[in-house]
Design a protein around this ligand. Sequence first.
Ligand code: NAD
Length: 477
Amino acid sequence: MFTSNHIDGQWVTGDLAVADINPSDTRDTVGEFAQASASQVEEAVEAASRAQQIWRQTGLEQRYAILMNIGRELMERSQELGELLCREEGKTLAEGTGEVYRAGQFFTYYAAEVLRQMGEVCDSVRPGIDVAVTREPVGVVCVITPWNFPVALPSWKIAPALAYGNAVVWKPANLVPASATALMEIIARQELPQGLVNLVLGSGGVVGEAMINSRDVDAITFTGSLATGRRIAEAAAGNLTRLQMEMGSKNPLVILDDADLETAVACAINGSFGGTGQKCTASSRIIVTRGIHDLFVETMKVEMKKLVVGHALDPSSSIGPVVDKAQLERNLHYLEVGKQEGARLVAGGERLERDTPGYYMMPALFTEGSNAMKLNRDEVFGPISCVLRARDLDEALEMANDTEFGLSSSIVTQSLSHASHFRKHSKTGCVMVNLPTSGTDYHVPFGGRKNSSFGSREQGRHAAEFYTHVKTAYVRP
Ligand code: NAD
């Protein structure tokens, strides 16, 4: 296992290192990882810029083959790399393995997209002149990623960046350097121009700031919290750097009286507590109409008792630990906030002791919440959900949309007309019907509205909007 940065084709160390601690067992150090300096970021950007000149002219079949190789290796090694991911991030084995496999699918999908890059040709309004509209790479792309999807999320940014002919300087979150290094190690073994993909590990304050303030960076793609997003937008505005951001959310799951109860509870459990609730698409507000409210809450309480919180690598665990001490403290703080605001904690929320020392807590369910509560306005990013009672679909929809965020929403109903109405009027980038708010595909666009997103969509063919420039050529033959 490499424990360093990858800059200009070389594995290089830094002046400082941080320990990567297993949240399921804090006695287990996954590794010590070097931190890059601001000047190393500069070197990485320069190397990327040189390499991109070669890569943009590299043949399509070679680009296709390289992306396919990376994708296949990720899929083949999903078990092994999934275990590493779970060890440092704390998601369950099934989730970790699935994530690495999905990361592979992003690369194979974009390998195919390499061969589908076509322009448009049309007549000019001026007779005798042809018009051609083509796409060209933007250049050096800074990729800044959070800790909650340490392999899939960077993959859905790096794969399209490369497919469309760009170079990458990537900074993962400091909580997940091992997964990042493993992905970088696979990429670094390919026949790529030296310095095309660079990994710079480190804090947002040093490495991140050096990246976002660089005048030699052509585009920044960021996923993380709203606060960091605002800071990045400020820096990018200074240099007018192209920017795409996906940030937090407060996703509503609406359950109507006519819902199938089993589907409703399954969507609520999966959407609220999957990935220990640490998903940007997690459902943290469960808006339930009054006819089904009490039965839904009682069934949730029964089903939540079946959840097994434990060591991420124990196959019997259905929920892993919280990622670190700071996030656990934040979750516990919000439990107190909810209680003080008058919501009723009806299930879970206990801090748990296990055989190994880790950041374990029982998923929590509040009821009697109001949409005005801080509990229901702030993104907590933990396994905490609150049930809000609504009169009918109209009130539920109004509450669902009453948030500064707009990433994902869902409705559980057996009425096609209610589902269609919700689908049309929900102010989110992703809308689900009889499905959890989380869980998306890789071949269609992903992103939100309002403070959840900024810039063009990620994933699928829509990614071309961010990773390419459009050029319009007028030709008199
Ligand atoms: P974060 O904002 O703290 O950090 C994200 C990344 O930004 C990290 O790599 C961090 O080091 C870096 N960073 C921090 N300060 C920076 C600065 N000044 N300049 C440049 N980079 C800086 O987020 P996190 O805690 O790692 O992740 C959780 C957040 O991510 C949640 O808000 C969650 O909703 C969001 N998220 C969103 C999506 C989505 O697609 N919408 C997906 C996953 C996670």
